[in-house]
Design a protein around this ligand. Structure first.
Ligand code: NAP
Ligand code: F7E
Length: 332
């Protein structure tokens, strides 16, 4: 039975990845950090099958012990401070987690006396103020947030360990991917959740920032499959994972309201200047030809299907209870 260690197993991607690897017969270990309230909503349905190990990206020794305990064949490094606006408020902490945390995980893996394949969660945020359209593996990076800058470090330190120590280490440059398990602070889930509550008469308006920003949005469940495929190849490499389509935040809003049967969405949406970022990424659109050709990967869920899936899930859950219930509902 192959063994896997997932950092960030309690997050959106970690929960889908753990589910998929359990299905493939892996023995799954996941890192969890101590909190005063247990926040394992996304993996509660998996707790019989995932062995949780206490560790934190800030604590090198805890990461070394986690690797020695799990003795994994594969490590997926998904843990990070992943919310862009917070990175402007806490740039140093973001660097500690999202940049240096990667070096700490790589060191923990390098100390192992057995071969381990390593996946690093790189991000399309590294392209930032884009140098070409669409963005591919060779597009230069120009990050627009402390989060993006930290991800560039995480990316290059992974490439450096691959080149320096001949480690099997891959970076997945993933474009935005969403799901009913997405955190409520990210724009897609903020929209689907608000639309459901407006439809049910529980909320009056939806406050948003930049409606013109364009993103290449896919479904998280499809993207974790690409992560796994990267670690099954003969040679390690880096891949862009995207749908190769772009849509504006405004388009997402309109479609989400339409899914709930509301056509006059403008009556409910307010633009709040406080939600604008010091610097934003205007447009992201990937070119995933390399992944499609070499990994045989392609996304299954389309943009309208994704919006509908998220709105329906929030409508169901909100009709039954509160937001916590909403997250739990999506993992059943
Ligand atoms: P997420 O839902 O925010 O999950 C982040 C995970 O990291 C959570 O499990 C969190 O634990 C954990 N974590 C944060 N700080 C930690 C620390 N100091 N020690 C240990 N664990 C820590 O993010 P996601 O959407 O699943 O994304 C997964 C990864 O892919 C992240 O690295 C993200 O930056 C990257 N990425 C995401 C996207 C996207 O569109 N989703 C695109 C490109 C790249 P808690 O549950 O305790 O907070
Ligand atoms: O913003 C605009 C906002 O926070 C998307 C992370 O997973 O993907 C994610 O980063 C766009 C931005 O995601 C609101 O200005 C408008 O242009 O959902 P988001 P993100 O910043 O693209 C990348 C690939 C990652 O790696 C990250 O970890 O939407 N926007 N109004 C808003 N955004 C938010 N959050 N809230 C608003 O009210």
């Amino acid at each position: 039975m192959p063994r896997v260690l997932i950092t960030g197993v309690t997050g959106q991607d970690g929960s889908y990845l753990a589910e998929m690897l359990i299905g493939k017969g892996y023995e799954v270990y996941g890192l969890i950090r101590r909190t005063s309230l247990v926040i394992d909503d996304r993996i509660r349905h998996l707790l019989d099958d995932v062995r949780l190990i206490d560790a934190d990206l800030l604590d090198q020794l805890s990461l070394i012990k986690a690797v020695q305990t799990a003795r994994p064949d594969e490590v997926y490094n998904l843990a990070a401070m992943s919310f862009v606006p917070t990175s402007f408020v806490q740039p140093v902490l973001t660097g500690e987690y999202t940049a240096l945390g990667v070096a700490k995980m790589l060191e923990a893996v390098r100390l192992a006396d057995w071969p381990i394949r390593f996946y690093q969660a790189s991000s399309s945020e590294m392209f930032g103020k884009v140098h070409e359209i669409p963005q591919r593996e060779t597009t230069p990076y120009h990050p627009r947030s402390p989060y993006g800058v930290a991800k560039v470090y995480g990316h290059w330190i992974t490439v450096n360990y691959r080149e320096s120590y001949k480690m099997y280490a891959c970076c997945g440059i993933l474009f935005n991917h969403e799901s009913p398990r997405r955190g409520l602070e990210f724009v897609t889930r903020k929209i689907s959740h608000a639309v459901a509550r407006i439809k049910l008469g529980l909320q009056k308006e939806l406050r948003l920032g930049n409606l013109d920003a364009k993103r290449d949005w896919g479904f998280a469940g499809d993207y974790v499959e690409a992560m796994w495929l990267m670690l099954q190849q003969a040679e390690p490499d880096d891949f862009v994972i995207s749908t190769d389509e772009t849509h504006s935040v405004g388009e997402f809003v309109r479609l989400a309201f339409e899914c709930a049967g509301i056509s006059n969405w403008q009556d409910y949406v307010r633009v709040d200047p406080n939600l604008l970022r010091p610097a934003d990424v205007d447009i992201l659109i990937g070119d995933s030809t390399k992944a499609r050709t070499k990994l045989g990967w392609k996304p299954r869920v389309t943009f309208p299907e994704l919006v509908e899936m998220m709105v329906k899930s929030d409508l169901d859950a909100e009709a039954r209870g509160n937001t916590r219930a909403a997250i739990q509902a999506t993992v059943r």
